[in-house]
Design a protein around this ligand. Structure first.
Ligand code: ZN
Length: 239
């Protein structure tokens, strides 16, 4: 059974939301994919109203774009949005690592070690879909260990958005989470070193961003400058 990374939501609308969210996070539904209310409703056996409510929730999460009188589509984040999401993600997850280090216990150690082993198995088996999902789940699982439900909610949202961002800017079907970096975070937590754990997490998220989105902000083409170069040519053509 597919596990959703988000909090489970009751009801049929909740099921539509969870399934679409998971498919977007898994990068199975790429950015720009149209999400027609009628065919989704038929598939789930629910009304268009229920589908629309689920799409609106996904839009609030930044995963779906809804424009008036247009079919909703899987969002295509801009580079600027991508940077902003990663900035927030780093803040949140540094704090997660610090809190989890303070609450550290043998149960956490066993759960995280088992999770990382599962990630390694998926990577060794070349199962890229599972690799992407498990990488995201590592972060949400850690947030859960902080004991703060709001942190879980916000980390789930930024991690989901990062999966979507990586499907726009990164290599297709890659999580960009290096398993060795997850191990380094686990080691710092197991050592009870909150500062080191926070630094390891910060470094990890920065590397995910660099691998997926690129080190330097790519300059947007300056349309004025480009057109200025063409104007003299147009003048010649007019003459
Ligand atoms: Zn990671």
């Amino acid at each position: 059974m597919q596990r959703g990374i988000g909090a489970s939501s009751a009801g049929r609308g909740g099921r539509v939301y969870t399934v679409l969210q998971q498919a977007i996070v898994d990068q199975a539904l790429p950015p720009g994919t149209r999400l027609p209310e009628d065919s989704i409703g038929a598939q789930f056996g629910v009304s268009r109203t229920i589908v629309r409510a689920a799409l609106q929730r996904l839009a609030a999460d930044g995963l779906v774009e809804m424009k008036v009188k247009r079919t909703a589509t899987v969002a295509r984040p801009s580079l600027e949005e991508a940077r902003a999401v990663f900035e927030v993600r780093r803040c949140l997850e540094r704090e997660v690592a610090r809190l989890v280090a303070e609450k550290w216990n043998d149960g956490f150690a066993a759960r995280l070690a088992a999770h990382i082993a599962e990630e390694q198995q998926a990577a060794d088996g070349g199962d890229s879909k599972a690799t992407v999902r498990l990488a995201a789940e590592f972060h949400v699982k850690l947030a859960g260990m902080s004991g703060n439900p709001l942190l879980v909610r916000y980390v789930t949202e930024v991690v989901s958005r990062c999966s979507l961002i990586l499907s726009v800017f990164g290599r297709p079907h890659q999580s960009e989470c290096a398993i060795g970096e997850h191990r380094t975070i686990l080691e710092a937590l197991a050592a009870g070193d909150a500062a080191r754990a926070a630094a390891a997490m910060d470094h990890h998220v920065a590397l995910v961003e660099r691998r997926g989105v690129g080190g330097e902000t790519a300059a947007e083409p300056d349309i004025g400058e480009i057109l200025a170069r063409y104007l003299p040519l147009a003048a010649v053509a007019d003459a």
